[in-house]
Design a protein around this ligand. Structure first.
Ligand SMILES: O=C(O)CCC(=O)C(=O)O
Ligand SMILES: [Fe+2]
Length: 230
Protein backbone atom coordinates (compact mmCIF):
# COMPACT_ATOMS: atom_id res chain seq x y z
CA UNK A 1 0.00 0.00 0.00
CA UNK A 2 2.92 2.37 0.64
CA UNK A 3 3.27 3.49 -3.02
CA UNK A 4 -0.40 4.55 -2.93
CA UNK A 5 -0.17 6.70 0.19
CA UNK A 6 -1.42 10.29 -0.25
CA UNK A 7 1.37 12.53 0.98
CA UNK A 8 0.69 15.57 3.20
CA UNK A 9 -2.50 14.08 4.74
CA UNK A 10 -2.46 12.73 8.32
CA UNK A 11 -1.73 8.99 8.34
CA UNK A 12 -3.27 7.35 6.45
CA UNK A 13 -5.15 7.74 3.20
CA UNK A 14 -4.35 5.72 0.09
CA UNK A 15 -5.50 6.30 -3.49
CA UNK A 16 -5.45 3.60 -6.18
CA UNK A 17 -6.67 4.60 -9.67
CA UNK A 18 -8.21 1.94 -11.93
CA UNK A 19 -8.89 -0.39 -9.01
CA UNK A 20 -11.65 -1.91 -11.15
CA UNK A 21 -11.96 -2.10 -14.96
CA UNK A 22 -14.56 -0.27 -17.09
CA UNK A 23 -16.37 -3.61 -17.64
CA UNK A 24 -16.46 -4.31 -13.90
CA UNK A 25 -17.71 -0.77 -13.30
CA UNK A 26 -20.62 -1.12 -15.75
CA UNK A 27 -21.46 -4.57 -14.39
CA UNK A 28 -21.81 -3.17 -10.85
CA UNK A 29 -23.80 -0.14 -12.06
CA UNK A 30 -26.23 -2.48 -13.86
CA UNK A 31 -26.67 -4.65 -10.76
CA UNK A 32 -27.55 -1.90 -8.28
CA UNK A 33 -31.25 -2.46 -7.55
CA UNK A 34 -33.35 0.41 -8.85
CA UNK A 35 -36.11 -0.06 -6.25
CA UNK A 36 -34.10 0.02 -3.00
CA UNK A 37 -33.02 3.65 -2.84
CA UNK A 38 -33.57 5.65 0.34
CA UNK A 39 -34.06 9.25 -0.83
CA UNK A 40 -32.50 12.01 1.26
CA UNK A 41 -32.71 15.74 0.53
CA UNK A 42 -29.26 15.95 -1.03
CA UNK A 43 -28.55 12.45 -2.35
CA UNK A 44 -29.96 8.93 -2.26
CA UNK A 45 -28.45 5.81 -0.75
CA UNK A 46 -28.73 2.09 -0.15
CA UNK A 47 -27.44 0.42 3.02
CA UNK A 48 -26.47 -3.22 2.52
CA UNK A 49 -27.06 -5.88 3.70
CA UNK A 50 -29.22 -3.78 6.08
CA UNK A 51 -29.49 -0.36 7.74
CA UNK A 52 -27.86 -0.13 11.14
CA UNK A 53 -30.23 -0.03 14.13
CA UNK A 54 -30.54 2.98 16.46
CA UNK A 55 -27.67 1.51 18.50
CA UNK A 56 -25.48 1.14 15.40
CA UNK A 57 -25.89 -2.60 15.29
CA UNK A 58 -25.88 -4.62 12.10
CA UNK A 59 -28.85 -6.90 12.46
CA UNK A 60 -28.59 -9.23 9.54
CA UNK A 61 -27.61 -12.74 8.74
CA UNK A 62 -27.50 -12.07 4.99
CA UNK A 63 -24.08 -11.51 3.47
CA UNK A 64 -23.39 -8.67 1.04
CA UNK A 65 -24.74 -9.39 -2.46
CA UNK A 66 -22.33 -10.92 -4.97
CA UNK A 67 -22.16 -7.80 -7.18
CA UNK A 68 -20.63 -5.88 -4.26
CA UNK A 69 -18.11 -8.55 -3.29
CA UNK A 70 -16.84 -9.96 -6.61
CA UNK A 71 -14.23 -8.85 -7.67
CA UNK A 72 -13.76 -6.15 -5.04
CA UNK A 73 -13.41 -7.82 -1.64
CA UNK A 74 -10.74 -10.36 -2.75
CA UNK A 75 -8.69 -7.36 -3.91
CA UNK A 76 -9.10 -5.77 -0.46
CA UNK A 77 -7.80 -9.03 1.01
CA UNK A 78 -4.82 -8.99 -1.35
CA UNK A 79 -3.92 -5.50 -0.10
CA UNK A 80 -4.71 -6.49 3.54
CA UNK A 81 -6.91 -3.40 3.89
CA UNK A 82 -9.24 -4.99 6.46
CA UNK A 83 -6.65 -7.38 7.91
CA UNK A 84 -7.01 -5.85 11.40
CA UNK A 85 -10.82 -5.61 11.31
CA UNK A 86 -12.76 -7.98 13.60
CA UNK A 87 -15.28 -9.15 10.95
CA UNK A 88 -13.63 -8.01 7.74
CA UNK A 89 -16.01 -6.16 5.40
CA UNK A 90 -19.61 -6.70 6.54
CA UNK A 91 -21.33 -3.55 5.27
CA UNK A 92 -21.52 -1.36 2.18
CA UNK A 93 -23.22 1.99 1.72
CA UNK A 94 -24.11 2.95 -1.85
CA UNK A 95 -24.38 6.74 -2.25
CA UNK A 96 -25.54 8.44 -5.43
CA UNK A 97 -24.78 12.10 -6.16
CA UNK A 98 -26.23 14.04 -9.09
CA UNK A 99 -24.36 17.14 -10.29
CA UNK A 100 -24.83 19.81 -7.61
CA UNK A 101 -25.31 17.23 -4.84
CA UNK A 102 -22.85 16.40 -2.07
CA UNK A 103 -22.49 15.46 1.58
CA UNK A 104 -21.90 17.78 4.54
CA UNK A 105 -18.52 17.55 6.30
CA UNK A 106 -18.74 14.69 8.81
CA UNK A 107 -16.84 11.83 10.37
CA UNK A 108 -17.86 8.22 10.03
CA UNK A 109 -17.53 7.64 13.76
CA UNK A 110 -17.26 4.83 16.24
CA UNK A 111 -19.91 2.48 14.81
CA UNK A 112 -17.28 1.16 12.44
CA UNK A 113 -13.82 -0.27 12.72
CA UNK A 114 -11.71 2.76 11.69
CA UNK A 115 -11.09 1.76 8.07
CA UNK A 116 -13.22 2.81 5.08
CA UNK A 117 -12.64 1.69 1.51
CA UNK A 118 -14.47 3.78 -1.14
CA UNK A 119 -14.88 2.63 -4.74
CA UNK A 120 -16.08 5.40 -7.10
CA UNK A 121 -18.28 4.74 -10.14
CA UNK A 122 -19.48 7.09 -12.87
CA UNK A 123 -18.33 10.67 -12.33
CA UNK A 124 -15.35 12.39 -10.71
CA UNK A 125 -15.65 14.52 -7.53
CA UNK A 126 -13.44 16.34 -5.07
CA UNK A 127 -13.59 15.04 -1.51
CA UNK A 128 -12.73 17.81 0.96
CA UNK A 129 -10.84 16.64 4.02
CA UNK A 130 -10.38 18.96 7.02
CA UNK A 131 -8.65 18.51 10.32
CA UNK A 132 -11.05 18.49 13.29
CA UNK A 133 -10.79 21.61 15.48
CA UNK A 134 -9.18 21.33 18.91
CA UNK A 135 -11.87 23.61 20.33
CA UNK A 136 -9.80 26.67 21.27
CA UNK A 137 -10.32 28.29 17.86
CA UNK A 138 -7.40 30.29 16.51
CA UNK A 139 -5.24 27.40 15.34
CA UNK A 140 -4.86 26.73 11.63
CA UNK A 141 -6.60 23.52 10.65
CA UNK A 142 -5.27 21.34 7.83
CA UNK A 143 -7.35 21.16 4.63
CA UNK A 144 -6.82 18.86 1.69
CA UNK A 145 -8.64 18.06 -1.56
CA UNK A 146 -8.76 14.55 -2.96
CA UNK A 147 -9.87 13.99 -6.54
CA UNK A 148 -11.77 10.70 -6.83
CA UNK A 149 -11.80 9.36 -10.38
CA UNK A 150 -14.28 6.70 -11.50
CA UNK A 151 -13.06 3.13 -10.81
CA UNK A 152 -10.63 4.37 -8.15
CA UNK A 153 -10.24 3.15 -4.59
CA UNK A 154 -9.72 5.52 -1.65
CA UNK A 155 -8.79 4.00 1.72
CA UNK A 156 -9.03 6.03 4.94
CA UNK A 157 -7.67 4.69 8.23
CA UNK A 158 -5.82 5.66 11.40
CA UNK A 159 -5.77 9.32 12.38
CA UNK A 160 -7.11 10.29 8.94
CA UNK A 161 -10.23 8.38 10.06
CA UNK A 162 -10.39 9.67 13.63
CA UNK A 163 -9.02 13.23 13.38
CA UNK A 164 -10.49 14.60 10.14
CA UNK A 165 -13.89 15.38 8.60
CA UNK A 166 -14.77 14.68 4.98
CA UNK A 167 -17.41 16.15 2.72
CA UNK A 168 -18.36 16.80 -0.90
CA UNK A 169 -19.39 20.34 -1.94
CA UNK A 170 -22.77 20.80 -3.61
CA UNK A 171 -21.44 22.21 -6.86
CA UNK A 172 -21.74 21.45 -10.57
CA UNK A 173 -18.02 21.96 -11.18
CA UNK A 174 -14.85 21.43 -9.17
CA UNK A 175 -12.31 24.08 -10.10
CA UNK A 176 -8.67 25.00 -9.58
CA UNK A 177 -7.51 21.40 -9.87
CA UNK A 178 -3.73 21.18 -10.12
CA UNK A 179 -0.59 19.80 -8.51
CA UNK A 180 -0.69 22.42 -5.74
CA UNK A 181 -4.35 22.05 -4.79
CA UNK A 182 -5.01 18.31 -5.15
CA UNK A 183 -3.36 16.11 -2.53
CA UNK A 184 -3.42 12.97 -4.70
CA UNK A 185 -2.45 14.73 -7.98
CA UNK A 186 0.63 12.55 -8.56
CA UNK A 187 -1.37 9.40 -7.85
CA UNK A 188 -4.18 10.10 -10.35
CA UNK A 189 -4.83 7.66 -13.17
CA UNK A 190 -5.20 10.43 -15.79
CA UNK A 191 -4.45 14.09 -15.04
CA UNK A 192 -4.77 15.14 -18.70
CA UNK A 193 -8.54 15.82 -18.81
CA UNK A 194 -8.24 18.27 -15.90
CA UNK A 195 -5.19 19.98 -17.38
CA UNK A 196 -6.88 20.21 -20.81
CA UNK A 197 -10.00 21.65 -19.16
CA UNK A 198 -8.15 24.46 -17.36
CA UNK A 199 -8.31 22.72 -13.96
CA UNK A 200 -12.07 22.14 -14.12
CA UNK A 201 -14.03 18.95 -13.46
CA UNK A 202 -17.64 18.98 -14.63
CA UNK A 203 -19.70 16.79 -12.31
CA UNK A 204 -21.76 13.94 -13.71
CA UNK A 205 -23.69 11.35 -11.69
CA UNK A 206 -21.35 9.57 -9.29
CA UNK A 207 -22.06 6.47 -7.26
CA UNK A 208 -19.76 5.53 -4.40
CA UNK A 209 -19.50 2.21 -2.62
CA UNK A 210 -18.19 2.61 0.93
CA UNK A 211 -17.10 -0.66 2.48
CA UNK A 212 -16.77 -0.98 6.24
CA UNK A 213 -16.71 -3.30 9.22
CA UNK A 214 -19.66 -2.54 11.53
CA UNK A 215 -18.35 -3.32 15.02
CA UNK A 216 -21.63 -4.43 16.62
CA UNK A 217 -23.23 -7.38 14.91
CA UNK A 218 -26.30 -8.91 16.50
CA UNK A 219 -26.28 -12.62 17.24
CA UNK A 220 -30.07 -12.62 17.47
CA UNK A 221 -30.39 -14.96 14.48
CA UNK A 222 -28.08 -17.57 15.95
CA UNK A 223 -29.76 -17.23 19.38
CA UNK A 224 -33.10 -18.06 17.80
CA UNK A 225 -31.50 -21.11 16.26
CA UNK A 226 -30.02 -22.06 19.64
CA UNK A 227 -26.46 -21.64 18.44
CA UNK A 228 -25.69 -18.41 20.28
CA UNK A 229 -23.76 -19.86 23.24
CA UNK A 230 -20.02 -19.84 22.95
O1 LIG B 1 -19.31 9.27 -1.45
C1 LIG B 1 -18.29 9.33 -0.79
O2 LIG B 1 -17.17 9.18 -1.31
C2 LIG B 1 -18.35 9.61 0.68
C3 LIG B 1 -19.49 8.96 1.36
C4 LIG B 1 -19.42 9.14 2.83
O3 LIG B 1 -18.70 9.95 3.34
C5 LIG B 1 -20.20 8.26 3.72
O4 LIG B 1 -21.03 7.49 3.22
O5 LIG B 1 -20.00 8.33 4.93
FE1 LIG C 1 -18.40 9.49 5.40
Amino acid sequence: MEPHRIPSIPASMYYIPNFISPDEESHILNKIPSNRWITLTHRRLQSLPARLTATNTLLSSTPLPEFLTTPITPRFNGLEIFAGAPHGVNHCLINEYLPGQGIMPHEDGAAYHPVVATVSLGGTVVLDVTEKGGGSGGEKLGKWRILQEPRSLLVTMGSAYTDTLHGIAEVHEDDDLNAETVANWELLGDREPFIANGGLNTRTTRISLTYRDVKKVSTIGSKILGRGKS
